[in-house]
Design a protein around this ligand. Structure first.
Ligand code: SF4
Ligand code: SF4
Length: 186
């Protein structure tokens, strides 16, 4: 079976040694989303250990990496202190980079991008803009519309973003972050 160079990249960029996992299953037993995942964390570790491209692609195409909340329950329970949340972060990045995306990733990525756009253009979280951008990206136009007036009346929604003067600085921060990501994941 074809061996996958991405496995050594994974160790290089995360510092996590997948070979140290001895399949005790404690991570999966403590993961609140294990039952919803295509591959619970310990299963995912085993697939990584095989080092094959086929299994690596299975992981990138799975919903496991997108459902993970980075809650660190698995890390806290692991006798080998294996940083699964860090692996999940890296695998999500690779999934986007290689355009191998599970359908569950779409609303998550749409939210993520809308959130970052909000910060980029308004300097902080602008809820109305975030929701509008998310709905536009996911076509969930009518979803949760009934709660908007309630939130507005309770002062939780601001129709206009707050004044923000330092756009240039924010632009620099984003450019620098993108540059750093390229260095971390060449
Ligand atoms: S960090 Fe992810 S994999 Fe680990 S327990 Fe939390 S949800 Fe599960
Ligand atoms: S808890 Fe740690 S050693 Fe046990 S299966 Fe999970 S990753 Fe492997």
């Amino acid at each position: 079976m074809e061996k996958n160079h991405n496995i050594s990249d994974l160790q290089l960029h995360t510092g996590v040694e997948v070979v140290r996992c001895y399949q005790c299953g404690k991570c999966s037993a403590g993961c609140v989303l294990a039952s919803e995942m295509n591959f619970p964390p310990s299963y995912l570790m085993r697939l990584l250990q095989t080092g094959t491209k086929e299994n690596y692609d299975k992981i990138l195409l799975s919903n496991s990496i997108w459902l993970c909340l980075n809650c660190e329950n698995c890390l806290g329970r692991c006798p080998m202190e294996i940083d699964i949340p860090k692996l999940m972060d890296y695998l999500r990045t690779q999934s986007v980079k290689e355009n191998k995306l599970h359908p569950d990733s779409k609303p998550i990525l749409a939210f993520h991008r809308s959130f970052l756009d909000s910060i980029k253009y308004t300097g902080r979280l602008y809820e109305v803009g975030l929701v509008a951008a998310f709905k536009f990206r996911t076509f969930r136009l009518a979803q949760d519309m009934a709660i908007a007036p309630v939130m507005y009346l309770k002062g939780k929604l601001h129709i206009f973003p707050e004044k923000f003067n330092d756009r240039k600085r924010m632009k620099r921060i984003f450019a620098q972050t993108i540059e750093n990501t390229k260095t971390d994941n060449p």
